[in-house]
Design a protein around this ligand. Structure first.
Ligand SMILES: *Cc1c(COP(=O)(O)O)cnc(C)c1O
Length: 403
């Protein structure tokens, strides 16, 4: 492919994109239009849980596409039934509603909670959410998010999302009124820079919710599907939420998301919720393939093992280069840089690292969710060789941008 064949201006500019076109991917590696290869520790923002184009997804798409792509969300189809069965059997939830994106799943979560409040809590509708949280880019999910500046960006906001502080139970208690219907959080805030809820905080939220008859809602779009080394993030914390949203990893790269709820919260009536592509068999078949892969013995222990290994290597590098704190759970990790050099490290590793010994023709894809933080969200099935390689590239990049 030649970059000159197309006008880059034909695409709306919603972010600063490097002038690269990725043409293929396999596992932890991507290839651009000039044949340069990249070790990928972004993976579509924690989306490709099994890496790029894993055989099980390719096979699921190839097997399902000729059979049935979309009958209508108002008819049953086998892959959706199978995926719902697997998800409910392996989680604490009773029912599933499929959608296409994380934001759409969270919109559904908000609607379900408000409906439950109308039926059971005399119209309570407020959902307490958290500073620095990220729940999506629709108007309601932007309003639920605690990203600085998002409250005024597309004003007026959707009301009903008072903000508390992560790991500060008193800040949550202080916001509870007779209008409160639930508390929603990411067990580990991803976009916010990998801020982990403590076990104590999660248990405290569950107790608070029980005490005040509130719904505890986990946005597991990023933390679910093996990312934290447990199938779902809430299992790491040993609590059970009432509602959970899934996205990203569940499709392993294709648009698939879900909202799951316990029986007593499943209050949607006919006409309350729907969507043209919801639960279509093509995407659901991929979800089944991804989940079956993750349920194989050894998969989740491997995520824990790689998470520990990555953590150890990042900690050692931080000592060596006098960087800051390393944190995270499983394979969702972050490194504090102690200086606003995140963006420069990201662009150096991608575009200039290939000038260094051992990196000819190769780049490294990293993510910097905040100016002084790097976030690591590699494929869950990677090995120590990819981690060692990434650490080597990161060391060279930090040294280069510091000089
Ligand atoms: C990515 C993300 C979303 C939004 O998902 P989309 O598929 O981009 O709509 C919501 N919540 C969390 C925690 C996320 O990481």
């Amino acid at each position: 492919m030649n970059l000159k064949d197309y006008s880059l201006q034909a695409l709306m500019e919603i972010t600063a994109r490097p002038e690269l076109v990725f043409v293929k991917g396999a596992g932890s590696w991507l290839t651009d239009h000039q044949g340069k290869r990249y070790l990928d520790f972004v993976q579509g923002w924690a989306v490709n849980a099994l890496g790029h184009s894993p055989p099980c997804i390719v096979e699921a798409l190839a097997a399902q596409a000729p059979l049935l792509i979309t009958p209508s969300p108002a008819f049953y189809n086998e892959p959706a039934l199978k995926l719902a069965d697997l998800l409910t059997r392996h989680s604490c939830f009773d029912q599933v509603f499929f959608c296409n994106t994380g934001a759409e799943a969270n919109e559904g979560v908000i609607k379900l909670a408000r409906k439950w409040g109308k039926k059971h809590r005399r119209g309570a509708f407020e959902i307490i959410t958290f500073d620095h949280s990220f729940h999506g880019r629709t108007l309601a999910t932007m309003s639920a998010s605690g990203k600085p500046g998002w409250d005024t960006m597309f004003a007026p906001q959707v009301p009903g999302f008072p903000k508390a502080e992560m790991n500060d139970l008193a800040s949550v208690s202080a916001l509870i009124t007779d209008k409160t219907v639930g508390i929603m959080l990411e067990p580990v805030q991803g976009e916010g820079g990998v801020n982990c809820a403590t076990h104590e905080f999660m248990r405290g939220l569950r107790e608070l919710a029980d005490q005040h008859q509130l719904l505890l809602i986990c946005d597991e779009v990023q933390t679910g599907m093996g990312r934290l080394g447990t199938l779902f993030g809430y299992q790491h914390y040993g609590i059970e939420p009432d509602i959970m949203s899934l996205g990203k990893g569940i499709g392993g790269g294709v648009p698939l998301a879900a909202l799951l709820a316990k029986r007593h919260v499943c209050v949607f009536e006919h006409g309350d919720q729907g969507g043209t592509y919801n639960g279509n068999p093509l995407m659901a078949a991929v979800g089944v393939a991804v989940l079956e892969e993750m349920l194989k013995p050894g998969f989740l222990p491997h995520v824990c093992e790689m998470g520990n290994y990555l953590s150890g290597q990042l900690t050692a590098l931080a000592m060596e280069l006098k960087l800051g704190e390393e944190r995270g759970v499983g394979l969702l990790r972050a490194l504090e840089l102690n200086a606003d050099i995140g963006a420069r490290i990201v662009s150096y590793s991608r575009d200039e690292l290939s000038s260094q010994a051992g990196w000819a023709g190769i780049g490294l894809l990293l993510n910097s969710p905040r100016p002084a933080v790097l976030r690591f969200m590699p494929a869950l099935n990677l090995g120590t060789a990819e981690i060692d390689r990434m650490i080597d590239g990161l060391r060279l990049s930090v040294q280069a941008v510091r000089t």
